[in-house]
Design a protein around this ligand. Structure first.
Ligand SMILES: Cc1cc2nc3c(=O)[nH]c(=O)nc-3n(C[C@H](O)[C@H](O)[C@H](O)COP(=O)(O)O)c2cc1C
Ligand SMILES: Nc1ncnc2c1ncn2[C@@H]1O[C@H](COP(=O)(O)OP(=O)(O)OP(=O)(O)O)[C@@H](O)[C@H]1O
Length: 300
């Protein structure tokens, strides 16, 4: 897969071959996105064209509304998923204030027609151009017959539109188990495992690695990735080919996010980059323990 980072009016010097282009932000590359890209792949194979995806960075909301946006994945992770889906060209358009002001017509002319696109595929709710005024009802007309258009109807699960927003809401509720049926895989967060420094708790091994004697570590998620709400979770910690099941506690969601792993972790290296896979919430267990504790209090 070839990646083109496009800044306003700075187009690739080599215009790629004729393509089928899938459009959208694609945060999380969930099952709705996967259906869209698979559809575009089928069309590209049938028409013997290359498959291209156009996404943006940063997220339009971060620029238009300002403030921090909670992403489901980093751009690097999105790139990996696109590669697995068989994408040939990935355009990452720098979304800035100047770009946001482009009219729907100018966007279609400069960023679609001029990029040798022969077929556009996007979902029923895709919008483009200043204030998102362009829709799937206007795109064909704005393309002046230069490309075909396929619209993917709403992909739902149990009557709910599969969307990045719904997955973010599940994270806010700590309902990590449900996420798999919307994303197609367990939600995971990339970050660094750090041994909190306290002399009584840390052993320095011969190879220089810090080991936590009581198995308590701090996990610092990579910048700007969403994590579930505070509470205890059953997780899988994955680094290279090592996997461990552990209990993670999200203590606070603020500037410094810390997650403490309390199981017997053999991955005890300091500052090691790894994935946390969020398997299930242990809040029910916590509620049960709280209820049992309450029952033990003698009646006065
Ligand atoms: C040229 C262009 C200008 C845009 N301008 C705005 C804007 O002014 N305000 C806004 O909220 N979104 C704007 N957007 C974002 C789109 O409405 C939409 O969120 C984006 O294309 C991603 O689509 P998706 O959310 O369906 O994946 C713009 C998009 C494009 C391509
Ligand atoms: N459930 C779905 N059914 C059909 N098309 C979808 C679905 N979800 C996303 N798409 C399409 O996939 C592309 C990327 O969409 P986008 O990144 O806006 O996803 P989203 O899940 O709707 O995000 P958000 O919830 O943040 O708005 C767009 O063309 C969009 O219309």
């Amino acid at each position: 897969m070839e990646i083109f980072y496009i800044k306003t009016a700075n187009f690739p010097s080599k215009i790629p071959d004729e393509t089928v282009l899938a459009l959208g932000f694609f945060d999380g590359v969930h099952l709705g996105h996967q259906q869209l890209i698979t559809k575009a792949k089928e069309i590209s194979t049938r028409k013997k064209l290359q498959l291209a995806v156009m996404t943006f960075y940063p997220h339009p909301k971060e620029i238009v509304q300002g403030g921090k946006f909670n992403y489901l994945m980093t751009l690097e992770e999105k790139v990996k998923k696109m590669e697995l889906l068989g994408v040939d060209y990935l355009y990452v358009v720098n979304f800035n204030k100047e770009f946001a002001r482009l009219s729907p017509e100018t966007f279609v002319q400069q960023y679609i027609s001029d990029l040798n696109v022969k077929h556009v595929v996007a979902g029923f709710d895709y919008t483009y151009g200043h204030k998102g005024m362009g829709t799937m009802d206007t795109i064909k007309e704005h393309g002046n017959g230069k490309f075909e258009v396929t619209v993917l109807p709403k992909v739902e699960l149990d009557g709910i539109k599969i969307s990045s927003t719904h997955i973010r809401n599940l994270l806010l509720k700590g309902d990590v188990k449900q996420i798999k049926s919307f994303m197609g895989s367990v939600y995971e967060t990339l970050g660094q495992l750090v041994v909190p420094f306290s002399e009584s708790n840390v052993t320095v091994r011969n190879d220089g690695a810090y080991m936590s004697n009581n198995y308590i570590y701090t996990f610092v998620p990579n910048n700007h990735c969403s994590i579930p709400c505070t509470g205890k979770y059953l997780v899988e910690v994955q680094s290279f080919n090592q996997r461990e099941t552990a209990i993670a506690e999200v203590i606070s969601i603020g500037k410094e996010i810390e997650i403490q792993l309390c199981s017997q972790l053999e991955l005890g290296y300091n500052n090691r980059e790894l994935y946390i896979k969020w398997l299930d919430s242990l809040e029910n267990e916590k509620i049960m323990i709280e209820q049992q504790t309450k029952e033990l209090v003698p009646a006065r």
